[in-house]
Ligand binder design. Structure first.
Ligand code: PLP
Length: 443
């Protein structure tokens, strides 16, 4: 009998007893190949000696000091490091303890900016249907994951909603990618005009969609168009890179590949690589300057913001990424993983789409490739593939479609950057085996 409220209240998961490199070991000694970094977290794998040493040294020196009294050397160094490698203009960093907190802080900072510049009538966020921005009430409100939102909907602020950028499912056969992109941008502009531009705070979007759709990248030019619309109507562009940021897609920030700079950018997961809970937002001077010269205070705060040990872990993770030139490794391994997935699963009758960027790849499963018809959601195919994969000693991140119950099952792969090509081949092989075991067992 457990006293923990586990995610599933009826079953207790295996006990993780240890971890090293790309494996987690359970208490029976079974090894699991970590091909999803938990949820795109463990970018350096487990027990990396540099990170462990940096944390030990920091704890010996200063584990924690409340930011209402002090700053710390290590948090200043981490902020400097993040800004030095961020898209130009994102010069300000606010540390939190995770992804939902980062998005929550982003929403409040955006609102406060408009209050401080004398536009308090701006109260509405626009966000996309197929999106996840976190589980706290503000972040849940902007997220479009109906399954997660449903029973809490009466507690959530109203958010205006537009379509996601999801080429595989939503681009019509008679449309070019450019026409599809223009259609989405027109929809966003129409939504801004419908709400009234003077009432809109900002547009929130994951650069590459993670937890609701399995690594769906934007079409070319989509975020350039978003940036232009936000500029035209004076609204903020808030990028959620909690999952896809910090190198996961082959550049430190995924927006670099789209050639845009958001006003606020949220990060977490890969920032600390799982060694400590840490997230952050980066904000432009355009936002911080009026607040600095206005109230002089961001009206927010948590006990653990800027936690020294968390910052030491994150700084060490980020330094290893630079030192070992892991961004080019992610790009090379990502291409290898794409080819390997296409070779092994590309012709599978139930694999509809293989997509993603860098080491952030999704596989979408369908009942019928020609019509893209998903499996019956009640069959919970994604969960069955996960169970098979765990039996086979493989960790993958599964999800069921949620937009309207009709979007099918997805598998997300987000392996550590330290894998080798043959590790990646092993991941793909075990995944294919798990898919081949789970689908026939459905009937
Ligand atoms: N935003 C995105 C894009 C995410 O994928 C997640 C978590 O999966 C969050 C926000 C919430 O992060 P956390 O679970 O650390 O609160």
């Amino acid at each position: 009998m457990t006293h923990i409220i586990h995610r599933n209240l009826r079953t207790t998961p295996p006990v993780a007893a240890g971890a090293k490199g790309i494996h987690i070991f359970d208490s029976a000694g079974k090894a699991y190949l970590d091909a999803c970094g938990g949820a795109a977290v463990s970018c350096l794998g487990h027990a990396h000696p540099n990170v462990v040493a940096a944390m030990h040294a920091q704890i010996d020196k200063l584990a924690y000091a409340h930011t209402g009294f002090f700053t710390s050397e290590v948090s200043e160094q981490l902020a400097d490091h993040l800004v030095a490698h961020a898209p130009k203009g994102l010069d300000n960093v606010y540390f939190v303890s995770g992804g939902s907190e980062a998005m929550e802080a982003a929403l409040k900072l955006a609102r406060q900016y408009f209050v401080e510049i004398g536009q308090p009538e701006r109260t509405v966020f626009i966000a996309r249907r197929q999106s996840y921005h976190g589980n706290t009430l503000g972040a849940l409100a902007v997220g479009g994951n109906e399954w997660r939102r449903k029973q809490f909907a009466p507690l959530l602020v109203d958010v205006a909603r537009v379509s996601p950028c999801y080429e595989y499912r939503d681009r019509r056969d008679d449309e070019t990618p450019e026409q599809y992109t223009r259609r989405l941008l027109k929809e966003l502009e129409d939504k801004i005009l419908e709400v009234g531009p003077e009432r809109v705070i900002g547009f929130c979007a994951e650069t590459v969609v993670g937890a609701t759709a399995g690594a769906v990248p934007p079409t070319q030019g989509y975020f350039k168009g978003v940036r232009e619309l936000c500029n035209r109507y004076g609204i903020l562009y808030i990028a959620d890179e909690v999952m896809c940021g910090m190198g996961r897609t082959g550049t430190l920030y995924a927006v670099e590949q789209d050639g845009v700079v958001p006003d606020i950018l949220a990060i977490a997961k890969g920032l600390g690589g799982g060694y400590q809970p840490i997230g952050a937002l980066l904000a432009s001077e355009r936002i911080m300057d009026p607040i600095r010269n206005g109230s002089g205070l961001f009206q927010h705060g948590h006990t653990y913001i800027g936690h020294a040990t968390a910052c030491a872990a994150a700084l060490a993770v980020q330094q290893v990424i630079q030192r070992d030139q892991l961004m080019s490794r992610v790009r090379i391994l990502g291409e290898h993983m794409r080819t390997s997935l296409e070779q092994r699963l590309g012709d599978h009758p139930n694999v509809g789409d293989i997509r993603g960027r860098g080491l952030f790849m999704g596989v979408e499963l369908v009942k019928d490739r020609a019509t893209k018809m998903p499996f019956d959601p009640d069959l919970k195919l994604h969960a069955k593939i996960k169970a098979q994969a765990m039996n086979n000693g493989l960790m993958i991140y599964p999800m069921g479609g949620t937009i309207d119950g009709q979007r099918g099952d997805h598998i997300l792969l987000a392996p550590p950057f330290i894998m080798t090509k043959s590790d990646i081949d092993q991941v793909v092989d075990l995944l294919a085996t798990s898919v081949e075991q789970a689908i026939p067992a459905l009937t």
